[in-house]
Design a protein around this ligand. Sequence first.
Ligand code: PMP
Ligand code: GLN
Length: 383
Amino acid sequence: LVPRLRPFTSTIFAEMTSLAVANGAVNLGQGFPDTDGPAAMLAEAQKAIADGINQYPPGPGRPELRAAIAAQRSRYGTPFDPDSEILVTVGATEAIAASLLALVEAGDEVILFEPYYDSYAASVAMAGATRRVVSLVEEPSGRFGLDVDALRAAVTPATKAILVNTPHNPTGTVFTQAELEAVAAVCIEHDLLAITDEVYEDLLFDGLAHVPLGSLPGMAERTLTISSAGKSFNCTGWKIGWVCGPAELVAAVRAAKQFLTFVGGAPFQPAVAHALNHEGAWVQQLRASLEDKRDRLSAGLAEAGFGVRQTAGTYFVCADVRPLGFSDGLELCRELPGRIGVAAVPVQVFTDNPDRWRHLVRFAFCKKDDILDEAISRLHKLA
Ligand code: PMP
Ligand code: GLN
């Protein structure tokens, strides 16, 4: 393995999921739902296969899916031209990788906020570029917010892009309008690209509304907006994602994408188009149900003795393990499946400064209530 990829040999999700399987543990580590998406969407995929939609789709994605993505994005007031400004990808993961491969190279720096989703650092490395990491800061409320001064201090003449994820995995932070405006101001002042990961755009709680960075003044022309169907429609294994942005940037991403996978997921594309066009009510129910699950797991973790942090979106809640007498989240997560039959994910592995994040563990609440209750009852054994 080439040196720049040596830090990325195995993902924490693979490690913790295999520990969970080996120990018959309740898996609150890897974030994937344990129920299916809307029945009509599943039927559309089956119909697409039966109808012979089984060969290579068009390079940019099937037209009905690009049209559905354009219609969905128009809710944020940012119209995209389905022919030149939208590219369908193999999940958000490929969209992120192809965007970085197309737009940054050796000598360029990309700013990430830590904790960062693991693929960002690996994709920056694959592109040959260097990451500069800005730590989110814990507020007294237990929310993790943006440190604007630290962001400004991280910009150098080599900075090319900022990668922003809201709602944020693993903290569950939903960036405020003011935080996004601060990011936008830095991008505009230093003429930077923004790459935004909005895969949890439908999973916000407490009445919060998703604000895409690309919808702020001066940002449309410099932002690549990435999302996918996995989280909105409980189909993480379908890997249908997309990237939207100005035609010139999307054309660049397409140049990289065509030699990664070329295309993918032909029969799933019409099914996701159907879901985007017709399953808004289903998504609202999913959001409400996840908000209940957020409350259920947060309360259970607190009762079990964890220091539970705030989360306003995503599948995840972070919890401090120190009140239970532990000091290292990674050690604890390696022990938990065997000891009490629960799997979780340590936050420090998503950072460049593990000491700052060692005390936090991420739990996924995108699971059936009885599964969450079982995990909670097992976690009580830690006290
Ligand atoms: N970004 C974030 C923040 C995620 O949590 C995930 C995975 N759940 C992805 C990207 C990957 O999305 P996809 O499965 O569509 O590739
Ligand atoms: N995104 C999911 C998570 O954060 C897992 C994706 C993966 O396994 N790579 O848990």
